[in-house]
Design a protein around this ligand. Structure first.
Ligand code: MN
Length: 339
């Protein structure tokens, strides 16, 4: 795969006990704590955000938690406890004592909330992306962690803060989704140990699997059908790809927010190493999601195209149409194979 020059990143970092303790002290001396996570939130972004919101509220903190774009909250995560505590981004105070960014590899991922994060007296960056550019005053960044939710759990343990069944349900959701139901390579012994502790703390495993994986709308199921019917394999690149358009969304009645797992259907094709799904956005741009298997790395591919992510799961947004975006992707994959 293609190797590109990267900005300073978190490769090889782990979170030291003294960093966790520094974060605990920062929380303890703050009365107001602001929390946020990234645009286009996934299960880990939401689970870590809501889990920490609930846990810190129980510690008597005034917690101001918001998503940069509240309208992007995906329907399959509506069951998560603490959702009602989220506020509008405008309600997040400026110049707060403490701002904690969750699951963001860089501050741009906070979009409109970035100035408030950077204007806080203390900014803590909790994340597990290897391309994290260490934008916090304190960076709890561990690319070896399965999920940001796992790191939040370590933080709660370090602070001696209770994981209630509600907190555990949020964090377990982050673990189960970011590890692909404990199937991806980031499913470490530590991730399984944390999952076990969260189950013991009362996480509702049956509720989580039903809501996240077994509550698809009929419209989304039909959209999956369209994407699968169009799937193609390029054997020389070990690539399986497909696409969905705005027209598909209109005709099936599915929403883009429901399509987070669409790519997992493609990634099961035998003999492929990279799966790609191209999704046409409302503004005509194209969101490209990449997944790898058998040790291929898609993070560098996404970074070469202006995006980011992990070795096994990454993505970027393209200004070209679907055809153009696909051509550009193939170019980068070919270059990587030969170069
Ligand atoms: Mn994550």
């Amino acid at each position: 795969m293609v190797i590109v020059a990267d900005k300073p990143d978190a490769r090889g970092r782990t979170v030291r006990e003294e960093d966790l303790q520094a974060a605990v002290r920062a929380v303890e001396k703050s009365t107001v704590v602001c929390l946020s996570s990234h645009v286009n939130p996934d299960g880990d972004a939401l689970g870590s955000l809501l889990g920490l919101t609930l846990a810190l509220s129980a510690q008597g903190k005034a917690v101001y938690a918001a998503l940069p774009r509240p309208e992007q909250f995906p329907p399959q995560y509506h069951f998560l406890p603490g959702r009602e505590m989220l506020r509008d981004p405008e309600e997040i105070p400026e110049g707060a004592d403490l701002f904690i960014a969750l699951d963001c590899s860089n501050a741009e991922r906070l979009e409109g909330l970035r100035p408030k994060a950077e204007g806080a007296r203390f900014l803590v960056n909790v994340d597990h992306h290897e391309d994290n550019n260490l934008f916090g005053h304190l960076d709890l960044v561990d690319p070896g962690a399965s999920s940001t939710s796992e790191l939040v759990y370590r933080l709660l343990r370090a602070g001696g803060w209770e994981s209630t069944p509600e907190v555990a349900t949020c964090l377990y959701t982050g673990l189960v989704t970011d590890t692909g139901r404990f199937q991806h390579r980031n499913t470490s012994p530590e991730a399984l140990a944390v999952a076990s502790e969260l189950a013991a703390a009362g996480a509702d495993l049956a509720l989580i699997s039903r809501e996240v994986y077994e509550s698809q709308s009929l419209s989304y199921t039909r959209l999956v059908g369209r994407a699968l019917e169009r799937a193609e394999v390029l054997e020389d690149l070990g690539l399986v790809f497909s696409y969905i358009t705005q027209r598909d969304l209109r005709e099936t009645g599915a929403s883009l927010q429901e399509t987070e797992d669409l790519i997992d259907h493609l990634r099961t094709v035998r003999g492929t190493r990279v799966a790609a799904i191209l999704k046409e956005l409302e503004d005509g741009k194209v969101r490209v999601s990449l997944r790898s298997r058998d040790g291929a790395e898609v993070g560098p591919v996404a970074r070469a195209l202006g995006g980011g992510g992990h070795a096994n799961a990454a993505g970027y947004t393209s200004d070209l149409d679907i055809e153009g975006s696909l051509a550009r992707l193939l170019e980068v994959l070919r270059r990587g194979r030969h170069g």
